[in-house]
Design a protein. Structure first.
Length: 113
């Protein structure tokens, strides 16, 4: 059994910072991540993103819990979801669409490949 623990996720210092992969306009959002990739097809971590819009390109199934911020996600085949601190989402594999961050977001996440 492999247990992954991320402590103090609201204030955890994040390791990587990069512009989002597929931005839609300005400002270009910058995402920061600290993650643990396991050998069982699971990745978990803490992710933070500044305001901006971009296309979601992740094909993995994802569960995420929002710690801070405010945003929307509009799936290609669905209605806009309004998301704020305290909310949780389960995104099925191949959930493509548009993220729009209005207020810097921080979330914990689990990706299942």
């Amino acid at each position: 059994m492999s247990i992954t623990q991320l402590k103090n996720t609201a204030t955890l210092k994040l390791e990587e910072s990069n512009p989002v992969a597929v931005p839609l306009g300005t400002p270009v959002a910058v995402a920061s991540t600290t993650s643990v990739e396991r050998d069982d097809g699971v990745e978990t971590g803490v992710w933070e993103c500044t305001p901006g819009r971009w296309r979601r390109q992740i094909v993995a199934q994802e569960f995420c819990h929002f710690i801070q911020g405010r945003c929307t996600f509009t799936p290609d085949d669905g209605e806009t979801l309004f998301i704020e601190a305290g909310d949780a989402l389960m995104l099925p594999a191949n959930s493509l669409g548009i993220w729009d961050i209005q207020e810097t977001v921080r979330k914990t996440y689990v990706l299942i490949f």
